[in-house]
Design a protein around this ligand. Structure first.
Ligand code: 5RP
Length: 238
């Protein structure tokens, strides 16, 4: 069945579908950012169009999520209008065995952390390549920084042992500019042993808006895999 098809895409598609199937009518949904969540948004829109889902509203975590939601007919709302978020669905760049995450591969981690943290149930959707024993082992930590503080924040992150790269645009000269008008430093550490303390430590550097460590935020991690040539989805806790 998977012959000739991109296995990573198939895993992302299937995990996005399984997450979308968990959304119930009447829910306020946090809509994450990235290629895996894009499938979830598409499937939520399909369920809405078929009448299987009714009376839902999305809170987007980025310009990308907002565009996709509109494209798939999902009405949007804001944190000024609602008291709570029932369910959030979002991707990740790394997931450790305690369900702690590194996010921010799409430079959206600041809004993602606000929305995902407020959700009663936060579901992470990943393919199996994102699973790690220790955070930081494969992916640099994204740090959103006010542009005027790039130099001192770079120095402070180097003092913490990081190798720092200013994230550059694709098909755009110069740095990536976030939805908030800031820049992103990608900081490679050998490993992040104490993510609870480290999240605070990085966020305490003046000029840092938010970093991509999501500690004790995820409730459920759904992992896409390929088994017997078929895409399957495992719940990390099952
Ligand atoms: C965006 C994110 C994404 O959720 C993360 O980068 C995973 O993306 P993808 O599903 O495309 O692999 O954190 O800021």
């Amino acid at each position: 069945m998977t012959a000739g098809l991109d296995p990573v895409k198939l895993m992302k598609q299937q995990v996005g579908k399984v997450a979308a199937d968990r959304v119930q009518s009447g829910s306020i949904i946090g809509l994450g950012t990235g290629s895996t969540t894009a499938f979830a948004i598409q499937f939520i829109g399909d369920r809405l169009k078929s009448g299987e889902l009714q009376n839902i509203k999305g809170i987007p975590t980025s310009f990308q999520a907002s565009v996709l939601a509109k494209q798939h007919g999902i009405p949007l709302t804001t944190l000024d209008e609602v008291d709570l978020i029932d369910i959030a669905i979002d991707g990740a760049d790394e997931v450790d065995p305690q369900k702690n995450l590194i996010k921010g591969g799409g430079a959206a981690h600041t809004r993602e952390k606000i929305v995902d943290s407020l959700a009663k149930e936060f579901i992470v959707v990943v393919d199996k390549s994102k699973m790690v024993d220790t955070l930081g082992s494969t992916f640099p930590l994204p740090v959103e920084v006010l542009p005027m503080a790039i130099a001192p924040v770079t120095a402070a992150l180097q003092n913490l042992g990081g190798t720092v790269d200013l994230r550059m645009g694709v098909k755009k000269d110069g740095p990536v500019i976030t939805d908030q008008g800031n820049m992103v430093l990608d900081v490679k550490f050998d490993r992040i042993d104490d993510p609870v303390a480290f999240e605070q430590r990085v966020n305490n550097i003046p000029g840092v808006l938010e970093n991509g460590l999501f500690v004790n935020v995820a409730d459920i991690v759904l992992i896409g895999d390929i088994e017997n040539d078929q895409p399957i989805v495992r719940n990390m806790d099952a």
